[in-house]
Design a protein around this ligand. Sequence first.
Ligand SMILES: Cc1cc2nc3c(=O)[nH]c(=O)nc-3n(C[C@H](O)[C@H](O)[C@H](O)COP(=O)(O)O)c2cc1C
Length: 192
Amino acid sequence: MILETIITSLSPDGTAYLAPMGVHAVNGEMLIMPYRPSRTLDNILATGHAVMNHTDDVRLFAGCLTGRRDWPVTATERVPGWRLACALSHAELELVSMEEHELRPKLHCRVVHEANHAPFRGFNRAQFAVLEAAILASRVGMLPWEKIAAELAYLRIGLEKTAGERENEAWSWLMEKFDAFRQGQVQETEIP
Ligand SMILES: Cc1cc2nc3c(=O)[nH]c(=O)nc-3n(C[C@H](O)[C@H](O)[C@H](O)COP(=O)(O)O)c2cc1C
């Protein structure tokens, strides 16, 4: 199963670096697979540790994809680093081994500590919509625009029916990113 998390890793200057990552949970092991080049990869290799943050505040996912990486963090308990202050729960990871790959290495990690911080209050379709739109935003320029537009049109249905303030704010950040991308594309095609 793949868990959509915010990975916090420790930067060389001691600050937290946040990145959304889909972590593969396989028989209790956590597999992080960053695409090169990746600051998350560099930080984990340098420190031997990472933190998985489970949050239902989807602004974290949309925020990281739109240049909003400055979110409150709290010191971790067993490994050097930081966790998200808003995490419902988090898991502190130790890097066990790495499978080298030129594009997407596999970081095999084990959980050394887990903690709960706040109740999970239930599923929400708008949160799913924002997560999916954030993934599309991370691939803008790689996917045909028609495919992105069709998927956003579908995702908007669940968003409009079920979103709260956080989901609407996250969605608006992503739409700004798509608009800026489209603006650039249109201008490019207009230049003779
Ligand atoms: C839900 C979600 C899951 C993602 N999963 C991954 C992943 O598994 N690997 C990856 O390299 N990028 C993933 N991304 C994109 C990264 O978050 C994004 O490219 C980020 O800037 C990579 O961090 P870096 O600064 O370490 O390169 C994901 C994005 C989203 C929204």
